[in-house]
Every structure is written in structure tokens, then in C-alpha cells.
Design a protein around this ligand. Structure first.
Ligand SMILES: [Zn+2]
Length: 231
């Protein structure tokens, strides 16, 4: 059994596994923007609020204009000189006074409606900016991830090429045994140095080390089950 060759293969396989995990971690982060649906709904609701606020402004403005026209009409009648009757003049004066008294609350209501509309539009603009910023940040992140994905895929491909080169040098029996072991654990072959298994740090019985050094057949570490390679 070519333990040295298998050990070289396992080191590259372990690096390829790590590169695959890194690639998967990048792929997991590449995604559709998850927040945008909710934000779009908020933007639409805010736009509807702004439309209603604009409508309220137009209504309040129309009410003020009507009231102002009525004052103008009364004013014109009062000072036209065509009405000479004392009681009618007095009545018109009272009307004009009453109409002028009514005007300030109406213009105040118009101002309030304008302020409300302005706030509604500002809130809408803020939400739009939030969406723009979020999308910009997401786009920037996705571009980074695309670069990371390309790099990670390149590493996986490079390790795969190395794996193929190493596997070509090994026999079918060695590879079959290796693949079987490797389905159970990442490390198949452990180096023995100074009588210690490098994988699990167990001090091996002398008989095990001797058998492993002889190398006539594969010897497993009694603790971690790795094939022992004495150097
Ligand atoms: Zn061991």
C-alpha cells in the first residue's frame, strides 16, 4: 500500500473539502434582497398617504378661496354705493364681519394640511432613500460575493486537478480502500513519529509500530482507526 501517496492525496482532499465549504459559505450568502417586499409595501402605503394629504390640501385651499370670494362679494356689495338702506348695510357689515371671523381657522386648516402633506412627502422620500441605500449596499455586497465565489471555485478546481494527478499515480486497490476509509473520516493516513499517532496523539504499543514499519499490510491506529505510516 502506497501510504505516502495516499497521505499526499488526503492532504489535498482535505484542502479541497475546506475550499468547497468556503465556496458553499459564499453561495449561501448570494441571495435575493429579502427586505425589499416589505419596504415596497411601506413606500406604496406612504405614497397613498401623500396622495390623500395632497387631496386634503387642494380641498382646504378651495374652501379658503370660496370663503375669500364670499368676503370679496360682500365687500363689493357693501362699498358699491348701490345699497343705501341702513338696515341692509348693517346686515352686510355683520355678514362681512362674520365671514372675516371664519377665515383664519380656514387658512390655519389649509396651513396644517400643507404641513401634513409636506411631512408625508418627506417620509416618502426618506423611505425611497432607504430603498436606494439598501439596494446599493446589497448590489455592492453581491458584487463582492461574485468575486469571492469565482476565487473559491478556482481553488476548488485547482485542488480537483491536483487530486486527479495524485489519484492517477495510485493503484485501484489503494484508491478503493482510501475512498472507503474517507467516507468515515477526513484523515485516512496518520504519520507515526516517536511512537505517537499524529492524528490522535496516542502513544502506540511497540508491536503496532513494528508491524506498521514493516509495511507488509495496512495497520490501523487502535484509537482513531487511521492507517499508520511510520516515517
Ligand atoms: Zn490514532
Amino acid at each position: 500500500m502506497d501510504l505516502e501517496g495516499l497521505q499526499q492525496l488526503q492532504e489535498v482532499d482535505i484542502q479541497r473539502d475546506q475550499a468547497k465549504r468556503e465556496l458553499q459559505a459564499v453561495l449561501d450568502q448570494i441571495s435575493d434582497p429579502p427586505f425589499i417586499g416589505q419596504l415596497e409595501a411601506e413606500i406604496e402605503a406612504q405614497a397613498e398617504e401623500a396622495r390623500q394629504a395632497d387631496h386634503a390640501v387642494r380641498e382646504a385651499h378651495a374652501i379658503v378661496q370660496t370663503a375669500q370670494r364670499r368676503i370679496e362679494v360682500t365687500d363689493n356689495r357693501l362699498y358699491s354705493g348701490s345699497i343705501t338702506d341702513h338696515r341692509t348695510l348693517e346686515e352686510l357689515q355683520r355678514d362681512l364681519y362674520a365671514q372675516r371671523q371664519q377665515l383664519p381657522p380656514l387658512t390655519e386648516a389649509e396651513t396644517r394640511a400643507s404641513n401634513d402633506a409636506e411631512l408625508a412627502h418627506e417620509a416618502g422620500a426618506w423611505l425611497q432613500q432607504l430603498r436606494t441605500n439598501a439596494l446599493d449596499a446589497w448590489n455592492a455586497r453581491q458584487s463582492e460575493l461574485e468575486v469571492e465565489r469565482g476565487d473559491a471555485q478556482e481553488r476548488v478546481d485547482e485542488f480537483s486537478r491536483q487530486v486527479e494527478i495524485l489519484r492517477d499515480k495510485l493503484t485501484g486497490d489503494d484508491l478503493a480502500a482510501y475512498d472507503q476509509y474517507r467516507r468515515r473520516r477526513p484523515r485516512v493516513v496518520a504519520t507515526v513519529a516517536g511512537g505517537v499517532c499524529a492524528e490522535c496523539r496516542l502513544t502506540l504499543p511497540t508491536i503496532v509500530v513494528t508491524r506498521a514499519r514493516r509495511g507488509t499490510r495496512a495497520v490501523e491506529c487502535p484509537s482513531c482507526g487511521c492507517l499508520l505510516r511510520v516515517t
